[in-house]
Design a protein around this ligand. Structure first.
Ligand code: GTP
Ligand code: SPV
Ligand code: MN
Length: 596
């Protein structure tokens, strides 16, 4: 089969594409150029086969609906592997497979998997095209859904090939849905070969290979060798009256509030004074030392792949505005008037709908065991262009990145963790980040309330031994002339009745305000064994209706609880053996002494 003319003279790229074509045996090969004609042609074709459903053009212009296979609705961590020559280089937190075995096992599944299909070749840039901070990848896929999502989430096409030139380096990303059989699903990373092979899934982080696979797992490895960092962090800018915009990053585990914080609208009182929040990114951040000595962050992505349920004009008005057009909705419910609906939407439930799995649904429906049936999958997602966000930062595509004043870490913790504390030093901040934990919710496997350690919110995304990753964080601290301060936040502390004590969402501005004041040395704090907490009176509660003493409770540090917490930290740290940095054991010991 003769491919269409190749739009590049890059020999390594051409020969790799030919090799993959030989293995996957598609009917034809199409190089993606990124044009609007091409987009239209692919949308038409996908609507023809039912892969996409065109939504009502008046109510949701340019929007499409997609249902993934019901066995394929989230990342599959147990089928995700880091394939380094030495097992120790993948570390105790990753699944490992020897590269040769991995290539062989996957080749069996990829062999002939694209028969009767088209193989698309997508050149893409993570980060603004041509920026020194950007990286190029090429994804081969047999899924139009993947092409159209990559078109939103990354920069694709001829402009990228031009920057790649005839011998630029790129990450080789091979993807096939194959037959969507979970027993033949593998998400393989070969950091030593700058290569990703993903087969058997068509969903999100498993299939849009620029996102978690390249921009976190491969990039974290590149960052360690090249002296920068790839992190699971949102980036936002904050305007305060009479001051220049300050930027912060924040790492929270999946579905713990990054998109919400990144697009937050400050409370009325703050807005009136001139406070404003700007979104630079909502999921991934690449951090490098700038020539001015600050730590600079870029968002390598160009779109948002956000959690749909719970998105409404109270929780996240900016997201609601962002997804009004040119958006792909995956696994929400389809209404009879050809729009989409989800639990926690602004609209009342439709009298009937087709749910995320393709079955008829009506409000109040329960299953055999009497459990209410959800119309939208809890992990249903929107894919929308970042440029459509009303509060997108004017600097979101700045090739130099934005200078970071503070780094926040946090998880979902009903107790122990105060609303906010400032760490005592960079190394203490890294220690605190390495202990981040988050509660499993009723929707996850395991015991409800059980803490899963998720250091830096990177547990599923670090492409190498996390002991070495912690060391890299320590080493970076020695090299950054203008170090950001590191904070820990927790929006999820509950009272004796299990109710969230903190209103969260836009009101998180009150905490960010204190954080920036600390960065500017404008407010004192109370030193506790775990770090600096605010004086209750320094958290502005104007306009909030909180029971007296709530802020005191929110920022309190219970030393007995912390001593318990440390036992669990120790167990976790020990799993890294001698790859665990001495500096972090020192911080552990320091905390233990302070706790008495
Ligand atoms: P990924 O895209 O999976 O990486 O997740 P994310 O961190 O961007 O998650 P997202 O912002 O979509 O989090 C959604 C969940 O967090 C929803 O259940 C929200 O209701 C909840 N959430 C977000 N912010 C807050 C908050 O300030 N307080 C409380 N109580 N819940 C919040
Ligand atoms: C996450 O799980 O952290 C996500 C969604 O952002 S996915 O792209 O599927 O990984
Ligand atoms: Mn994420």
């Amino acid at each position: 089969m003769i491919a269409m003319e190749t739009p590049t003279k890059h020999k390594e790229l051409i020969s790799w594409v030919q090799d993959m074509e030989k293995m996957c045996r598609p009917d034809k090969v199409v190089w993606i150029n990124g044009s609007l004609e091409e987009k239209k042609r692919l949308e038409d074709e996908a609507c023809g086969t039912g892969e996409l459903i065109k939504l009502d053009e008046k109510k949701l212009p340019g929007c499409f609906f997609h249902r993934s296979n019901p066995n394929d609705v989230a990342r599959t961590e147990s089928l995700t592997f880091i394939c380094t020559k030495n097992k120790e280089d993948a570390g105790p937190t990753n699944n490992w497979m020897a590269p040769q075995e991995a290539y062989e096992r996957a080749a069996d599944i990829f062999g002939g998997a694209m028969k009767g299909r088209t193989m698309y070749v997508i050149p893409f840039s993570m980060g603004p095209v041509g920026s020194k901070l950007s990286k190029i990848g090429v994804e081969i896929t047999d899924s139009i859904y993947v092409v159209l999502n990559m078109r939103i989430m990354t920069r694709i096409g001829d402009a990228v090939l031009k920057v790649l030139g005839e011998n630029g380096s790129f990450t080789k990303c091979l993807h096939s849905k194959a037959d969507l059989d979970i027993k033949k699903r593998l998400i393989l990373h070969f950091p030593e070969d700058n290569t990703i092979w993903s087969v058997g899934s068509g969903y999100g982080g498993n299939a849009l290979l620029g996102k978690k696979c390249l921009a976190l797992r491969i990039a974290s490895w590149l960052g360690k060798t090249e002296g920068w960092m790839a992190e699971h962090m949102l980036i936002l800018g904050i305007d305060r009256p009479g001051k220049e915009t300050k930027y912060i990053t924040a790492a929270f585990p999946s579905a713990c509030g990054k998109t919400n914080l990144a697009m937050m609208i400050p409370p009325e009182g703050y807005k009136a004074k001139g406070y404003r929040v700007w979104t630079v990114g909502d999921d991934i951040s690449w951090l490098k030392i700038g020539s001015d000595g600050t730590l600079r962050a870029i968002n390598p992505e160009a779109g948002y792949f956000g959690v749909i349920p719970g998105t409404n004009s109270k929780s996240n008005p900016n997201a609601v505005a962002t997804i009004k057009k040119n958006t792909i909705f995956t696994n929400a419910a389809l209404t009879p008037d050809n729009t989409v609906w989800w639990e926690g939407s602004d609209d009342p439930a439709p009298p009937k709908a087709i749910d995320w799995s393709g079955n008829e649904w009506h409000p109040g429906m329960v299953d055999d065991r009497g459990v209410s049936v959800k119309a939208a999958h809890p992990n249903s997602r929107f894919t929308a262009p970042a440029s459509q966000c009303p509060c997108v930062s004017p600097k979101w595509e700045d090739p130099e990145g934005v200078p970071i004043s503070a780094i926040l870490f946090g998880g979902r913790r009903a107790n122990v963790m105060p609303l906010v504390f400032e760490t005592l030093s960079w190394n203490h901040g890294v220690f605190t980040a390495s202990t981040v934990g988050s509660e499993k919710t009723a929707a996850q496997e395991g015991v409800v309330g059980e803490i899963r350690r998720d250091p830096m919110a990177m547990l599923p995304f670090c492409g190498y031994n996390m002991g070495d990753y912690f060391q890299h964080w320590i080493n970076m601290g020695k090299k950054i002339p203008k170090l950001p301060k590191i904070f820990h936040v927790n929006w999820f502390r509950t009272d004796d009745h299990g109710k969230f004590m903190w209103p969260g969402f836009g009101d998180n501005m009150r905490v960010l305000d204190w954080i920036l004041d600390r960065c500017e040395g404008k407010v004192d704090a109370i030193q506790t064994p775990v770090g600096f907490v605010p004086k209750a009176s320094d958290i502005n509660s104007e306009g909030l209706t909180l029971a007296p003493g709530t802020i005191e409770k929110l920022v309190s540090v219970n030393q007995a609880e912390w001593r318990e917490e440390q036992k669990d930290q120790e167990k976790f740290f020990k799993t890294f053996g001698d790859r665990f940095p001495k500096e972090l054991w020192d911080e552990y010991d320091g905390l233990k002494k302070r706790l008495g």
